[in-house]
Design a protein around this ligand. Structure first.
Ligand code: PGU
Length: 427
């Protein structure tokens, strides 16, 4: 940095003294910058928006749509916003964000009557949605366990790799999905857990695994938790879809509760992007369960110190929306009803998509469309088949064959099934 400043001062001097360096404009600093690769998920949205075809379909990004294909603002959110507009100010939040929002958020992950909450053993801060929570944790991991690595399932949400890469935490992978059965590769997963060095960090999807839609059963979670205990591994849960797996946020926290029962000190990223439809508000939470209150105070203070030079303090509006909803029993019940409504519509679309494919006489099996859970269907289509869907049918999805079921509607499911049938029937 210092040398660049010195060089630029030199250039400025020569320019002003007429030495004839006019061709070297300041923009030449960036001539070596190549365009970044397109994001495999958000790049799909960009391509979709640029397409002018009237029948185009976007089943790329995991963002919920109603049955008319429109983005949804939940009724509970509308009501909370009416209340906020009439009363709240927009001051800075503390570095760790809204205490009220964080307190309510911890109840969703750790349980309404959690002993850990009562004992103040959880270090928790508001984060910039689920991504920000993961990123904050990765930074914390690097800072306080500098020699550690992170084990990430294959496949996973593509951004997980970017997050731990930018935090300079080395990445390892563990088996998760079995392509032939389109289910969990439990045996290989357990082998990887056993073979990892003692005390390894693992990133686990708490529910509604992205992109596969395949979760371990309760029994399998118990075995995973047991083996983590034997190996003294650290479990970091990314919970971006609480409520979308079963329709009930409480049931979707089961994996976390099993780990808590078994005495693990976990970490957890929570997001309100999907289950409250607060995508662009960037509201979420990072929590780390500690040995005691003293440790939790220290850990929280370090998380705040990481946040301070990055973004200082998190945004206030989304946090107010969340805390208003969750602290009011009537609004909270409305929210629970609305989450279930979203999950149910997606399940309905799974049935319709499968029925349509079978009625078209597809020679391929499609049971996995209805067996998988959460927002996504991991269809098994190849990148080339996806390219044909996009180029010939204006259907946009990620090249790993993931269909965001949240974008499937009564209006487009027939068209989608027909196009999928056309590109897969001879495979
Ligand atoms: N973790 C998982 C497993 C996710 O799928 C997502 C979002 C996040 C965290 C982050 O969500 P926040 O919005 O930061 O709370 N994945 C979606 C949304 C698009 C994206 O890639 O960010 C998806 O389509 O996979």
């Amino acid at each position: 940095m210092a040398s660049r400043t010195a060089i630029s001062c030199g250039i400025a001097r020569r320019l002003s003294s007429g030495y004839g360096f006019a061709t070297r404009s300041m923009s030449s600093w960036w001539t070596d910058v190549e365009p970044a690769a397109k994001d495999p998920i958000l790049g799909v949205t960009e391509a979709f928006l640029a397409d002018t075809h009237p029948d185009k379909v976007n089943v790329g990004v995991g963002a919920y749509r109603d049955d008319d294909g429109k983005p949804v603002v939940l009724e509970c959110v509308r009501e909370a916003e009416r209340r906020i507009a009439g009363s709240e100010n927009m001051e800075y939040l503390p570095m760790g964000g809204s205490v009220k929002m964080v307190d309510e958020t911890l109840k969703l992950a750790y349980g309404e009557n959690s002993e850990f909450i009562k004992e103040k053993r959880i270090a928790a801060v508001q984060a910039l949605s689920g991504t920000g929570a993961c990123r904050l944790f990765a930074e914390f991991q690097k800072r306080f366990q500098p020699d550690s690595q992170i084990y990430i399932p294959i496949p996973t949400w593509s951004n997980h790799h970017n997050i731990w890469r930018d935090a300079q935490v080395p990445q390892r992978t563990f088996h998760y999905y079995h392509a032939e059965t389109r289910g969990l590769d439990f045996a290989s997963l357990m082998d990887d857990v056993k073979n990892a060095p003692n005390g390894s960090f693992f990133m686990l999807h708490a529910c509604a695994h992205n992109p596969t839609g395949v979760d371990p059963t309760e029994e399998q979670w118990r075995e995973i938790s047991y083996q983590f205990k034997v190996k003294n591994h650290f479990a970091f849960f990314d919970m971006a879809y609480q409520g979308f797996a079963s329709g009930d946020p409480e049931r979707d926290a089961k994996a976390i509760r099993i780990f808590l029962e078994d005495g693990h000190l976990i970490g957890c990223a929570q997001s309100y992007a999907k289950n409250m439809g607060l995508y662009g508000q960037r509201v979420g939470c990072l929590s780390i369960l500690c040995e005691d209150e003293l440790q939790a105070v220290a850990v929280k203070s370090q998380l705040q110190q990481i946040a301070r030079p990055m973004y200082s303090n998190p945004p206030v509006h989304g946090a107010l929306v969340v805390s208003t909803i969750l602290s009011d029993p009537t609004l909270k019940n409305l929210w629970l009803k609305e989450v279930k409504g979203m999950a149910d519509r997606i399940i309905g679309m799974r049935t319709k998509l499968r029925e349509n494919l079978e009625n078209l006489g597809s020679p391929l099996p499609w049971e996995h469309v209805t067996k998988q859970i959460g927002m996504f269907c991991y269809s098994g289509m190849t990148p080339e088949q996806v390219d044909r869907l996009t180029n010939e049918y204006h259907i946009y999805m990620t090249r790993n064959g993931r269909i965001s079921m949240a974008g499937v509607t009564t209006g487009n499911v027939g068209y989608l099934a027909k196009a999928i049938h056309e590109v897969t029937k001879s495979s």
